[in-house]
Design a protein around this ligand. Sequence first.
Ligand code: IVH
Length: 695
Amino acid sequence: MTEKEMAAPEFMSEDAARRELKVLAAEIARHDRLYHQQDAPEITDAAYDALRQRNDALEARFPHLVLPDGPGTRVGAAPSSGFAKVTHAQPMLSLANAFSAEDVNEFTARIRRFLNLPEAEPLAIVAEPKIDGLSASLRYENGVFTVGATRGDGSVGEDITANLRTIPDIPETLPENAPDVFEVRGEVYMRRDDFFALNERQQAAGGKPFANPRNAAAGSLRQIDSKITASRPLRFFAYATGQTSAAIVQTHWDLLIRLKDWGFATNPLARCCNDTEAALALYAEIAASRATLPYDIDGIVYKVNRLDWQARLGMVSRAPRWAIAHKFAAERAQTILHRISIQVGRTGALTPVAELEPVTVGGVVVSRATLHNADEIARKDIRAGDTVVIQRAGDVIPQVVEVVQKKRPADSRPFDFPTQCPECGSAVAQEEGEVVRRCTGGLVCPAQSLEKLKHFVSRNAFDIEGLGSKHIEAFQADGLVRTPADIFRLRDRREAFAEREGWGEQSLSNLLAAIDARRTIPLERFIYALGVRQVGQANARLLALNYGTFDAFRAAMIEARNLDSEAMASLMGIDGIGPSVANDLVTFFAEDHNEAVLDDLQDILTIEPFVQSSADSPVAGKVIVFTGTLEKMTRGEAKARAESLGAKVSGSVSSKTDYVVAGPGAGSKAKKAAELEIPILSEDEWLDMVGGKAQ
Ligand code: IVH
């Protein structure tokens, strides 16, 4: 059936859609098996994509017909593999991005501030290509390669040891002088010429070609049968270490040299640059020769050379402070914008979305792009019917860059931003000073409550296995799940599943067991799951750390309704929580329906008190205030160090403060501490206590 012959989902009957979804599910599952497990695809990539697109379109139109283990539930997820899980001894981090020289200058300036480097002190940076492949971690014990794993979610990856052993760039043993435990990290990739040759072989054998070298590398690495991996031309560049039982070098540059000595492939274009200027020059040079390189790269990674500085810089939100990826300019394409639709988010924000004629940009088919907000549409004067330039940079959401004015249809009209929520009809409001417009319907708005539910079960929140967004959509659509607590009551609604297609005894039992497994939840995850505006993972952790238990947190948020209360003062005292976040928190806890949901959830769930990972540190759980000038480290570094040891850093002194660390020039805070008889430490005393010297 060609696309033209297929009925548009809008005009289909439910029965017809149900039948077609069933056929599509079986068909897609068959092609997945052929492709992933038997390595013997029968259809082209494009034909496969068309099947999936059709499935997505039908699922979007009839969410309640989504099959519980249908293709839609597997989008983006790793194929349920036969690989064992491996917990990384040290998390595999990701990198923050820089898109301009200005961003890079800001990166090095930030590092200088953090480390308090005098202007004359050089800051050497290693610049190396960012390989467009897949990262892997290789563990050597007593010099022998023992376990190799994918990145996974950064904490837990998959055991692909047998497959990694087939890659010639990866040595099986290390020299005698290597530490007992030594983890090497790097990128598995495929060269472009090898990729083309592989695709030719695949096609000659009637198989499905890969879309790009990265996909080919990924598909080859995830083979259950390592003989297939061995037949694929995979390579590996080493660029970092994970856990190591002994330090072997003092700088990243020396690490690269050592890795090469030990038989790893390291990237020949890497350079140690004496300053940012030299690093940027190398960026320009490599960017210019990018197309002639034998493999794909998508930017340059800059890393602070000194490892002791790397250690002091530590990380923020799962990315090191000491490294950044400077991305190459985004790829662009022209296409037609058919219409502007409006998406309603979890917090009611209305986001305009460009619905595009599908177009390939940087190897990926793009059919939607974010338009951010009303101001952005007005500023760029984007209208339905326009031909637009879109761009996609790495994993960033595609964006509309500009309108091709000369291709604008004569009858086009500027876009009228809705004044009523397209989902529930409630009024749309715009707060002073905010560009975002929001639906005022709260939980009355089905779109908002749906997004809140999706957030509640998402990966960093409750993370219920087998309960994806599509299921939540379907369950909400027919009233099975209206509030988060309903999820935990599904066990009492077994009868409602009897009529639902696709829910056999086994799949339902699995789902209910997965839900039961989450009846106990760590405090920081629970706080994050609530979806309070501006409370992401970092703030949720900060709040969990500061309040310890949910009861204490909730009581404090209620007390903080009184702006003059001590509870409000200590909330605002948390370093990192400003008035705007505090206001969002208090507002959330003051809403009647939120209170009802919380009562309900607290009845059903066990919310575990916050556990401090560094519980044995002398400052774990202590409230510290820094004041005056610190001489051995910057305020930022002191705060980061204290927090990593489990302390809570506050900006103001109160009876809850445990220690005040005062440098020269300390004024009112030190005075208040003295009045309250709170121990005051000098910077050196503080450093003695946390067992670290600054430099
Ligand atoms: S360093 C803590 N160096 O980029 C350091 N990563 O966006 C973590 N990547 O997950 C990585 N080339 O898969 C580093 N020369 C390079 C890299 C590189 C590619 C990948 C890696 C990482 C991702 C982060």
